[in-house]
Design a protein around this ligand. Structure first.
Ligand code: 13P
Ligand code: SF4
Length: 361
């Protein structure tokens, strides 16, 4: 096996040549999936790009022996769960996690479930819904408790189907996606409570739990929390004709000021469909926005980043051309490095929760 140290000091051009040569040798045995937040030097090598939903579907239908996921850890776990036993999911840098996913752990969610049983019968009254940005064992928890997975592009459909089944939803780890989606469905803010996982009983009274329709885990994305409503106000004051679009991981206040809300894929689709002369203010990760700005400039569409400061997903950024060259050249030599394997005990119920989602959307 070639160690990563052989690649750490290579420049981008040298890595690019190695990646191209390895891809050529591996051919259809290997597919590279790239999330929209990846930096350009990596994004250009992806065979397929997309949001979390699209990439999970690609992983599920791919026949490739190796699925190299240029994204973050939970995405490679999903690829492993949905692919076959003869396929390997690979994460070029094993340290590429998601800080939001880390805000909910299986012990903390199991404790919440136990504590909720002081106020009601959770298995009869609550559907657990996990955002795909979560660890595989939490997807497994949802599978075992009649729950389901959602992504930013299908959250409403998933919540509707969950309410058709049970009267309440426990939504984790992202409070904002849950709140923004619930509100859009007509659920009042007073019918949604926030479960503070650092407090006993989530810091809530029995009455508040019994009255709530959605119990929101107090997690958030550090990238999307950088966007603020006053940034929208300031921009609109200077350019009143601007259209505002945000990812649903942004706060309630930002989403309330954004007439367009959508997943990364839907942000791209909406802006690409706009006429020349349109100006957009976008609340999502910087690599996506920079790429889109470049692309749309030629078509006379102006794209602006919502925050005056840089707001990048630092863990997505960990996947660089050096790590991609490292995993691909090892594959060429027959060594599978940085494989992500979800233990069977989690894989089976997690697949159930993911398949429930895929069947609905
Ligand atoms: P999408 O599913 O919209 O691509 O979102 C993934 C993500 O992690 C956003 O922060
Ligand atoms: Fe996680 Fe936020 Fe990065 Fe998305 S942008 S992968 S939610 S840390």
């Amino acid at each position: 096996m070639r160690p990563f140290e052989d690649y750490a000091l290579l420049d981008e051009e040298a890595c690019g040549l190695k990646i191209l040569a390895a891809k050529k040798t591996l051919g259809t045995r290997c597919v590279i999936l790239g999330h929209h937040y990846q930096r350009n030097e990596v994004f250009v090598h992806a065979d397929l790009t997309g949001d979390s939903l699209r990439l999970s579907r690609e992983a599920a239908i791919s026949g490739a022996e190796y699925i190299v996921f240029c994204g973050v850890h939970f995405m490679a776990e999903v690829a492993d769960i949905l692919s076959g036993p003869d396929q390997a999911a690979i994460l070029p840098d094993l340290a590429a996690g998601c800080s939001m996913a880390d805000m909910a752990s299986l012990p903390a969610v199991e404790r919440a479930w136990r504590e909720l049983s002081d106020s009601l019968d959770p298995d009869a009254t609550i559907t657990p819904v996990t955002y795909i940005n979560s660890a595989a064992d939490l997807k497994g928890f949802c599978g075992r408790h009649g729950g389901i997975v959602c992504t930013s592009s299908n959250a409403q459909k998933i919540l509707e189907s969950s309410f058709a089944q049970r009267e309440k939803v426990l939504f984790f780890p992202d409070q904002h996606l849950g709140r923004n989606t619930g509100f859009k469905m007509g659920i009042g803010l007073d019918e949604m409570v926030t479960w503070d996982f650092t407090q006993p009983q989530g810091g809530l009274t029995k009455e508040a739990i019994q009255k709530a329709r959605i119990i929101l885990w107090k997690g958030f994305c550090s990238v999307h929390q950088m966007f603020r409503p006053d940034q929208i106000d300031d921009f609109l004051e200077r350019y009143p004709e601007t259209r505002v679009i945000a990812h649903p991981e942004c706060s309630f206040e930002v989403c309330q000021k954004s007439p367009y809300i959508g997943s990364t894929e839907s942000i791209l689709k909406t802006i690409r469909a706009s006429e020349p002369g349109t100006r957009w203010l976008v609340g999502t990760e910087l690599n996506l926005v920079n790429r889109l700005q470049e692309e749309m400039r030629e078509r006379g569409v102006d794209v602006h980043f919502m925050s005056p400061t840089v707001s990048m997903c630092s863990t997505m950024f960990r996947t660089d051309p050096q790590h991609l060259a490292f995993v691909l050249e090892n594959l060429v030599e027959g060594h599978v490095v940085n494989r992500i394997e979800v233990p069977e005990k989690d894989k089976i119920p997690a697949r159930q929760a993911l398949e429930r989602m895929l069947a609905l959307t």
